[in-house]
Design a protein around this ligand. Structure first.
Ligand code: ATP
Ligand code: ZN
Length: 283
């Protein structure tokens, strides 16, 4: 049995549970409980506050966990990281009141900066040779300048709308973060084997998320040109259509290249293009 710690309720919770479910792991979903056990995989889920997750994993109370890199590095536990998971992407940024003039980081020399991430901020200031007073507060950091507590803040930003609605502007990016899978460093052989199984499934889910299955029809004399545009897993599947002189081509394309390829395919004579999601992709 492997025990995973995930955030009980917050910005990591939904995506963490979704990833576990997409790995085909079922459990009774009750976020009111402190823990649940899977009905079809040797996994037990512990629901915790995100800040507690690295410590619990380091101590072995939980074997693995999902947490933001910002929290992991702030707690000085980077050594627990197994791999990035690609969700809950955000950044830790410095922001000042919109009306303040700002040219570069040296403008913050000697100023008061409020943050919940004193270590990450201190490391960034040190790296850049700037000295400032860091005020550590645990929440509502964005209101610190308006109540006179600080000249600037260093806080988590994703779209930037919270900053704008508090009359602030983002001036420096301090740290880039996303969700990361962490693990205790002395897992038993049995637990390691379960973790490897879980990682195998996570990789299949991640590959599938980036890939799309594409189906299209083309006149036979255009097939060669179109094949060159389709970077399939091996090579595209070609099936004859009932209509004489036409074929159906199937392949897999990466989401990132997707729109560019679609345009080229249309230009090359492809018709009836269908793009469908892939649920799992095993290599
Ligand atoms: P807890 O009650 O568990 O202590 P919290 O209030 O400290 O929760 P959340 O706001 O739920 O934490 O954020 C959890 C993590 O999600 C953050 O540490 C960060 O990695 C990520 N995160 C925070 N804000 C955003 C955002 N706007 N977009 C995407 N990810 C974010
Ligand atoms: Zn927290």
């Amino acid at each position: 049995m492997l025990r995973i710690a995930i955030q009980k309720s917050g910005r990591l919770s939904e995506e963490s549970l979704k990833l576990i479910k997409e790995c085909g792991i079922s459990f009774i979903n009750s976020s009111l409980k402190l823990k649940t056990e899977s009905t079809n995989f040797p996994l037990e889920i512990l629901y915790l506050r995100d800040d507690d997750i690295p410590g619990y994993v380091a101590d072995g109370v939980a074997d693995i966990g999902i947490v933001g890199e910002n929290v992991l590095v702030e707690e000085g536990m980077q050594q627990l990281a197994v791999e990035q998971l690609g969700f809950s992407k955000c950044r830790l940024s410095l922001a000042v009141p919109k009306a303040d003039s700002y040219t570069n980081l040296s403008d913050l020399e000697g100023k008061n900066i409020a943050t919940s991430y004193p270590k990450l901020l201190q490391a960034y200031l040190d790296e850049n040779g700037v000295q400032a007073h860091i005020h550590t507060i645990s929440g509502s950091v964005e209101i610190a300048p308006s109540i006179g507590l600080a000249d600037a803040i260093c806080d988590i930003v994703s779209s930037g709308s919270t900053l704008i609605s508090n009359g602030l502007k983002e001036v420096e990016r301090v740290f880039k973060s996303q969700a990361v899978l962490i693990a205790n460093q002395s897992l038993s052989e049995e637990k390691h084997a379960i973790l490897d199984k879980l990682l195998f499934r996570i990789h299949a889910v991640q590959r599938a998320q980036r890939a799309k299955y594409i189906l299209l029809n083309a006149p036979n004399d255009k097939v060669d040109t179109i094949i060159k545009l389709l970077p399939g897993i091996k090579s595209p599947t070609i099936l004859p259509l009932a209509e004489e002189g036409w074929s159906s081509l199937h392949s897999v394309v990466n989401e990132d290249d997707f729109w560019e390829i679609i345009e080229k395919l249309k230009d090359a004579g492809a018709e009836g293009i269908l793009v469908v999601p892939i649920e799992k992709m095993i290599k």
